[in-house]
Ligand binder design. Structure first.
Ligand code: AKB
Length: 317
């Protein structure tokens, strides 16, 4: 049986990934690692929880030794807008902490999953049907850390034979835990505001397309990649994965089909608009489909129905 450490387990992806891993591999085999934010009761009570600051190599090492960990899902990271406001901290958390994780993994021969992002691309990348292998000259600190992460994971695989794997996630939408300071967060906020106030002011301007994905697909993608046959993986550390691509007016139209009174206007945030403009409109994820069977279940319509149903129940509690 696998013994897994999830860093960043209190975050948007980490919280749901940890619970799914516990379901699949047994509660006691999944150690949730978190730092500042208070974990939910569900996370805390369903299996082991450890406070771990990934910028401290010894702290990671102690947990890996204590639980005999063989796989690390390293999700602790700063998102794009937060990273742009504190680039030095972003380097520490997104790069130096990753090096610590890779070093501990090398010592104990652990497999490592690391998420990259659409943020690893920049304005000189082809923005439509963005190829798997293409120009990567991001203009944000978040992007710089994500490209560095991809290269570091490639290096540890080639140099030390470490089983590193990763995905370039698009914006992730979920009703469980809010994202913390990303550019794609508008696509989560819109559902909360539509249910609560029947209106939303988007900080991203009309016509700005970005790749997106519903959380159940994002969780499956990480686990499926880690379970994939390694002989088939050519692009190990940075698979483009997407489930849909839309602009604010597209998601608003979908919400309006379910909540007809809903209206949206715009108050564009120059920082996050600038970041969004530098990212692709739509990635080509055929390598993920071919190499390990990526096949998302949710499109914009199916996601919107599920989000509004589940979030309405949650907000009523
Ligand atoms: C962000 O907006 O920063 C993230 C991402 C696309 O990596 N959601």
């Amino acid at each position: 049986m696998k013994k897994i450490l999830v860093t960043g387990s209190v975050g948007q992806i980490g919280s749901e990934l940890t619970m799914e891993l516990r379901k699949r591999y047994g509660n006691d085999n999944i150690v949730a690692g978190g730092r500042k934010t208070k974990p939910s009761e569900e996370l805390l009570n369903s299996g082991p929880f450890e406070v771990v600051d990934c910028t401290n190599l010894e702290a990671i090492n102690d947990i890996v030794k204590k639980y005999n960990i063989d796989t690390i899902y390293h999700l602790a990271a700063l998102l794009s807008a937060v990273a742009e406001n504190n680039p030095q901290l972003a380097w520490q958390v997104n790069v130096n902490a990753l090096v610590n994780v890779l070093e501990v993994a090398r010592e104990h021969n652990c497999a490592v999953f690391t998420p990259s992002s659409i943020g690893a691309f920049g304005p000189s990348t082809p923005s439509d049907n963005t190829p798997q292998v293409t120009i990567q000259r991001p203009t944000t600190m978040y992007g710089v850390t994500k490209v560095s992460g991809e290269l570091l994971c490639d290096y540890y695989f080639k140099k030390f034979g470490l089983d590193t794997r990763g995905l370039r996630y698009p914006g992730i939408i979920s009703y469980v835990t809010l994202p913390g300071g990303g550019t794609t967060d508008y696509a989560v906020e819109i559902y909360y505001e539509a249910i609560k106030n029947k209106k939303y002011t988007s900080f991203i301007k009309e016509g700005t397309k970005m790749d997106m994905m519903y959380m159940p697909d994002a969780v499956d993608a990480a686990i499926d990649l880690m379970e994939a046959n390694p002989d088939k993986l050519i692009n190990r550390n940075a698979f483009n994965v997407t489930a849909m691509s839309f602009a604010p007016e597209d998601i608003a139209a979908e919400v309006k089909k379910i909540i007809p009174e809903f209206t949206m206007d715009y108050d564009v945030d120059p920082l996050r608009q600038g970041i969004a403009d530098s990212w692709p409109d739509h990635m080509d994820d055929s390598a993920a489909r071919e190499e390990w069977g990526w096949n998302p279940k949710y499109d914009l319509a199916a996601m919107s129905r599920d989000m509004i149903e589940k979030l309405t129940l949650k907000l009523e509690q």
